[in-house]
Design a protein. Structure first.
Length: 95
């Protein structure tokens, strides 16, 4: 997990209320992932590497603090096809 997060150019983080709960819990795989992502964001505040993708609930209920200021995609309130197209553009560097 550490190597994958460290070596990738972009990292989609699929967020749900359960993800937030696990990410903010002190133990477990999701908590470890959160610490790895947090360290990388702390080291480069302007990074656009980590992209939250809302699958269930609201951003408030689903997004852990370490991802809250990141550009995100919303599959709850927006059409699936539209969000997929926007993600593809983001990942390919298009605007």
């Amino acid at each position: 997990m550490n190597k994958g997060i460290r070596d990738c150019d972009k990292c989609l983080v699929f967020i749900t209320p359960k993800y937030k709960e696990k990410a903010e819990f002190p133990k477990g795989g999701v908590a470890h992932e959160g610490r790895v992502i947090s360290r990388e964001i702390y080291g480069n505040q302007d990074t656009t590497k980590f992209i939250p993708v809302l699958l269930v609930g609201s951003f408030e209920d689903s997004c852990p603090d370490f991802l809250s200021a990141r550009k995100a995609f919303n599959f709850v309130d927006h059409e699936f096809e539209t969000e997929v197209e926007l993600i593809i553009k983001e990942l390919s560097g298009m605007k």
